[in-house]
Design a protein around this ligand. Structure first.
Ligand code: PLP
Length: 397
């Protein structure tokens, strides 16, 4: 009786990232923000492109505010969906109709809606690839499913195809792929994607039901040096793409993104209707109207990815020179660093003594690593180097 204890658990146990973020604010008040090197939160540091602010100003000046701030259709404004489907067709060669686009409040909502749309039975399983975004567990379990974790190839953090295959069962309903990856920054290669999709096709046939591939893509645009992120619809028919403008346009607080259902999906129109039903049952009503219109006007806008690349290069080059071990990230804004001792929490505590705030990654499904979110000011990154150096010396690296 009483309130829901599972929800109480979620609400009362703050994620480690939030915990560190709160500590950072407290510490900044004590010793000054300039002296705290907070690499905890994936909050974009690069401003939204000028086009976004111009679009907001011009929409407010020119559109009827009743329409601008009103409800849209549940699946999103038809013209906005048309602009997005045209962009997908142009960018990836997938001929997708606006009727397969569903506007959402960002990737978190997209994922929750997709999982709710697909998961039916308590026994339904959803495979995630470690290291994985910790909220997947919350979204999968909230949709009534079970999370199954596949371990990565140890040195590259690419998907270990043999491990993946061993995790698939008749209960596998969906698989979530996140590339560029949070927290590793790794982009899954085309070879990995092909191998993954080959297994999915074979197993779907063997089990006589579709296994859905959910592509979680908030970092698609944040890639360095021309690295290509394969578009999963081009490799596997039963794909749903969960896209978000949180990182690609630096708009995380505005909550805007979409779900795209592959035009070649089995019973795709019905799956789309299940997506609409899931959005309805979760009470989303519609994605923010103003920001749907902003997206329509800024469909080609880009943030300054070069700023993230500079931070990546400074950190990767210096930390590896000090003796730390990490995979060179091709995208997102995270560096995944092997803790110089087995226990990532102990390393985190020792880093804290140098005012370095990094995130121990046990909850991401890989032990003994920390995440450095380098979506921060370049001067801060440079300023943190002596502390990383001193810490490396302490460990005798
Ligand atoms: N998926 C991954 C891998 C993320 O890192 C995040 C946010 O950091 C999300 C989803 C949620 O993003 P959004 O702000 O679009 O809901």
């Amino acid at each position: 009786m009483g309130y829901n204890k599972k929800m109480f658990g979620l609400g009362s146990r703050r994620s480690i990232i939030r915990e560190i973020f709160e500590y950072s604010k407290k510490r900044a008040a004590e010793i000054g923000a300039d002296n705290v090197y907070d690499f905890s939160l994936g909050n974009p540091s690069v401003p939204a492109p000028d086009e976004v602010n111009d679009a907001i100003a011009s929409l407010i000046a020119s559109e009827s505010s009743v329409l601008l701030h009103g409800y849209t259709s549940a699946q999103g404004d038809a013209n906005v969906r048309k602009i997005i489907s045209d962009k997908i067709s142009e960018s990836f060669g997938v001929n997708i109709s606006p009727n397969l686009i569903y506007m959402t409040c960002g990737a978190a909502a997209s994922l929750s809606i997709c999982l709710k749309a697909l998961i039916e039975e308590d026994s339904d399983e959803c495979i995630v690839f470690a290291p994985f975004f910790t909220e997947y567990r919350v979204f999968i379990e909230n949709a009534g499913g079970r999370i199954v974790i596949s371990n990565p190839e140890p040195d590259t953090f690419q998907i270990d195809i043999a491990d993946f295959e061993s995790r698939l069962t008749r209960n596998t309903k969906a698989v979530i792929v996140n590339s560029p990856n949070n927290p590793s920054g790794v982009v899954y290669s085309e070879k990995t994607v092909r191998a993954l999709c080959e297994v999915l096709k074979r197993k779907s046939q063997e089990f006589s039901h579709p296994i859905y591939l959910i592509a979680d893509e908030p970092y698609r645009e944040l890639v360095y040096s021309g690295v290509k992120v394969p578009y999963l619809m081009n490799y596997y028919d039963n794909t749903l793409v969960c896209y978000s403008y949180s990182k690609s346009l630096s708009l995380p607080g505005e909550r805007i993104g979409y779900i795209a259902v592959s035009p070649t999906m089995e019973e795709g129109e019905n799956v789309y209707l299940a997506v609409c039903g899931a959005g309805r049952s979760l009470g989303y009503v519609c994605a923010p109207s103003l920001f749907q219109q902003v997206i329509a006007r800024c469909i080609d806008a880009k943030v300054n990815v070069e700023a993230y690349k500079e931070n990546r290069d400074i950190l990767y080059d210096n930390l590896t020179a000090y003796g730390y071990k990490c995979v060179k990230p091709d995208g997102a804004f995270y560096l995944f660093v092997k803790a110089p001792e087995d226990d990532a929490y102990k390393f985190y505590e020792r880093a804290k003594k140098h005012e370095l705030l990094v995130v121990p990654c046990d909850d991401f499904g890989v032990f003994g690593y920390v995440r450095i979110a380098y979506c921060t000011d370049k001067q801060k990154v440079i300023g943190s180097l002596p502390a990383f150096h001193a810490l490396a010396e302490e460990y005798g690296l």
